[in-house]
Design a protein around this ligand. Structure first.
Ligand code: HEC
Length: 396
């Protein structure tokens, strides 16, 4: 298919994915916030069965929100549900995955230096990782382990680490990261579909019939929605991680992914405790410190001081390397891509010099460029570029 058409589909679906994702996570954040800020209501509200209320100001006016302890006596005429935010985020996510990583498997998913697999095999492995994880999670939720929150959480983290590692052996670094994100997203959307919505439907049915709702449903939904709360920040991190090759492109990218999932899930713990009336801001501070410490640990080693004796790498040889390995995607008229990728053109000496620090970041500190090493750059060539940059990146 024409590259421009694929790019256009990618743009439209990504735009929709971000919009629906903002709606889903936004609503979820908002309700966590509501729960955490409810106050003891006045007696007349308590008499109606209201367990907590709060006042807020937003946009053009005051809002009075009340949460029932159990349920209102009579069903209101209009009840707003929150499910399509989750479903459409998942649907657009799978579509985007298909356009970018499955249709474009040769470019984005397959890394022949790791596994020389066909497009069909790559897609089969990708989809199995998503749906297989969903099935495993659903099974795990039905075991007695579901009664032990912390153990369950640790098992999920170990599983995510194992998947990050396993997929990193087969897929491109980005492909592996994105599949871990997508499997978390699939489990989360599944939680809405399989547990949270049925529980809400049962609750509504009970209130309509005037019978007492079965607490079993509520407990199940609570368990799953707690998982979703912990999973949100790891998921959001993975979705933006593709802009940061220092994470996915690192030699231990899978371990970094596991560490960031742990740290960001831990940060969410602050809000969960707050809901139980426990204030521990130290958790946020500690998570932020851990995050920064991780960035320090994974920082690339400063380039070795240039030995005065090292022969000078000429710009002519650098230019040849760039022409052979980069220009196919980075020029006014690239041959492998429809337009200059990432807005980077490397077809003029001054531009190569200008981009030298980013060349360092993307082709030397990490091997993220050339994309999927499609132009088969060698380690010696990377070393020459590194030396040229450390000698001052001169173009004359
Ligand atoms: C097969 C196509 C392809 C080849 C070959 C390629 N790139 Fe890229 N490059 C991309 C794409 C796609 C992006 C934009 C997405 C992104 O930033 O990851 C990009 C973005 C970049 C960026 C800009 C992002 C930033 O970090 O500021 C730099 C710099 C870069 N490439 C350097 C290189 C260098 C150096 C080479 C050759 C050693 C190279 N690329 C070869 C596809 C390619």
């Amino acid at each position: 298919m024409d590259a421009y058409i694929i790019d256009s589909m990618n743009l439209i679906v990504r735009f929709l994915h971000v919009i629906t994702g903002v709606a889903w996570i936004g609503a979820s954040f908002y309700f966590v916030w509501l729960d955490n800020n409810l106050e003891n209501p006045p007696q007349w509200k308590k008499d109606k069965g209201i367990g907590g209320d709060l006042w807020a100001i937003h946009g053009g006016g005051f809002y009075e929100v009340a949460k029932y302890k159990l349920a209102p006596e009579k069903m209101p005429e209009t009840l707003h549900w929150f499910k399509w935010e989750a479903y459409t985020t998942w649907l657009t996510g799978i579509l985007l995955m298909s356009i970018m990583f499955y249709l474009g498997a040769d470019t984005y998913l397959i890394d022949t230096s790791k596994a020389d697999i066909s497009q069909g095999t790559a897609i089969a492995i990708g989809l199995t990782s998503l749906f297989g994880s969903f099935v495993l999670y659903e099974l795990l939720c039905r075991t007695p382990l579901a009664n032990y929150g912390l153990t369950f959480g640790i098992i999920c983290l170990v599983y995510i680490t194992a998947m990050a590692y396993g997929l990193s052996l087969i897929f491109s670094d980005r492909g592996a990261y994105m599949h871990v994100g997508a499997l978390i997203g699939t489990v989360m959307a599944g939680n809405v579909f399989n547990a949270i919505m049925p529980a809400q439907r049962a609750l509504v049915a009970a209130v309509t019939e005037g019978s007492a709702p079965d607490p079993k449903f509520g407990a199940k939904a609570k368990f799953r929605s707690t998982h979703n709360t912990y999973a949100t920040l790891p998921l959001i991190f993975i979705m933006i991680s593709n802009h940061y090759p220092m994470t996915y492109g690192h030699q231990y990218g899978w371990l970094i992914l596991a560490a960031i999932c742990t740290i960001t899930a831990f940060a969410r713990h602050y809000f969960i405790l707050k809901h139980r009336g426990i204030q521990k801001p130290s958790i946020i501070v500690f998570s932020a410190a851990l995050f920064i410490a991780l960035l320090v640990v994974i920082a690339p080693k400063p380039p070795a001081a240039v030995d005065a004796g090292t022969p000078k790498v000429s710009f002519a040889s650098v230019n040849t390397i760039i022409e052979q390995r980069c220009v196919a995607c980075h020029s006014d008229a690239p041959t492998l891509m429809p337009t200059a990728q990432g807005g980077v053109k490397l077809d003029q000496p001054a531009l190569i010099k200008k981009w030298a620090p980013r060349i360092q970041a993307r082709a030397i500190n990490t091997h993220d460029m050339p994309l999927g090493n499609m132009t088969q750059m060698t380690d010696e060539e990377r070393a020459s570029l590194a030396t040229w940059i450390s000698q001052g990146a001169n173009i004359d």
